[in-house]
Write a protein that binds this ligand. Sequence first.
Ligand code: CMC
Length: 428
Amino acid sequence: MTDPAQVAVGGKNNEYPVLSGSVGPDVIDIRKLYANTGRFTFDPGFTSTAACESKITYIDGDVGTLLYRGYAIDELAEKSNFLEVAHLLLNGNLPTASEYQAFSNNITRHTMIHEQLAQFYRGFRRDAHPMAIMCGIVGAMAAFYHDSTDIHDPHQRMVASHRLIAKMPTLAAMAYKYSIGQPFVYPDNSLSFAGNFLNMTFSVPAEKYIIDPVVEDAMEKLLILQADHEQNASTSTVRLAGSSGANPFACISAGIACLWGPAHGGANEAALDMLREIGRPERIPEYIARAKNKDDPFRLMGFGHRVYKNYDPRAKVMAKVAKNILDKLNIDDPIFDVARELERIALSDPYFIDKKLYPNVDFYSGVVMSAIGFPTSMFTVLFAISRTVGWIAQWTEMMEDPEQKIGRPRQLYTGPTERDYVPLAARG
Ligand code: CMC
C-alpha cells in the first residue's frame, strides 16, 4: 500500500489516495481535490493526467514497450493476424480456435453495407479527401443501424462493434473508388480481412485481381501495429464523445475526425509528403536545420511522441515490414533510402538526442502503404480502419464501467469578469 499524497492548500493539508496499476506509474487520486480545497488542477494537453482506468493497452515510453492485453506488439505482429488481435483487444484474450472461427465468421458476415449508404458518396465532390468522406459516412451509419444504437444493451453494443470493425474497410475502399471514378467493389467473404480490403480497393470488374501474399502480410501487420495505443487523442475523443451517451457510430466518427490531424494519424501522410519533398539524401541537412529552427514551424513528421522517449516499438517493426515489402516486390524506392538516412542523421544530432525524439509509427508506415499501392490521401484512412478496433474496445470498456461519468474538464478562466451591457447606439 503506497502512502497517500499530501497536498497543502491555504495552510490546510489533505491526503489523497495513491492508486497502483498492475504496472506503470502510480496515480494520485485527486477526485476530491475541488471539494476539499476549491481548487482545480491545471494540465492542458493532459501531460500528467490519467483520465481513466483501463486494462487494454500498456505503454512504457521510456523503455519503448507496447503491450496489447499484456502481449508485446512485435510478437503479435510476427505471429498473429489482425482478427486475432481484434478479438484480443475487444475480449481480453487471444481466441481459441473455435472462438476465432466464430469471431471471424461474425466480422466477415457484417462486411456489406446497406445499399442506400452508397448513395451518400455521390454527394461528395469527386476530389474530396477520403478522410472527409469517412467522417461523414461513419457518422451516417447511425441512421441505418438503429438496432445497434441502444448503448445500454450489451448485445447491441457488441453488434455495433462488429459492424464497425467489419464495415470500415468496405466504406474506406468505397471512398477510394469514388475518388478515382471506379465502380465500388463488393466484399468477398472468402478472403482474409486484409485480403478483402485489398480486393475492394484495387480490383476492377474488367480484370481479376490477384492478392500478393507479401502485400497481404504487410497489410495485416500495418493493421495490427496501429490497432490501439491507450489514451491517445482520438481514443480520448471517442471516450469523451461516448461519455455523454452518444451512439457508437457517432463516437467513432468523432475519433476519425481527431485522427485526421497531422500531429496524430495524419502524420503518416505528412511524413511521406515530407520524404518525397526531401527527395534525395543530400537535401536532408537542410530539413534537419529547419526542424531545429524555432522560427520555422516545420517539424520532422513521423518523429517524436508524447509518450515514447525511446524508439517507438511499432516503428521498429514497421521499418522491417518496409524493407521486406520493397525487397520482395523488387521496388527500388529512393524514399526508403531518404528515410533511413534521415533517421540516421537525426538520431546522431544533439537536438533530437536531447529531446529524445525518435521515429514513430508513422515514419515508415507511409513507405509500406505506398509500396502496397495506396495514394497518400488513403494513409490516414488505413490507420482509421485499424484503430477502429482500439476505439471500440476502449468505448466498450468505458460503457461497462459502473463508475462511468460524463467527461467534463474544468478551466482556468482568464477572460473578462462580469461587466455592464452597453446598447449598440452607446458603444463608442
Ligand atoms: N521535429 C522537430 N522538433 C520536434 C518534433 C519534431 N517532429 N517533435 C517535437 N519536437 C520538439 C518541440 O519543438 C519541442 O521543443 P522545445 O522543448 O524546445 O519547445 C520538444 O521537441 C517537445 O515537443 P512537444 O511538441 O512539446 O511534444 P508533444 O508531446 O506535445 O508532441 C508530437 C508530440 C507527436 C505531437 C510531436 O512530437 C510532433 O509534432 N511530431 C510530428 C508529428 C508526428 O509525427 N505525429 C505522429 C505521432 S505518433 C502516431 C500517433 O499517435 O498518431
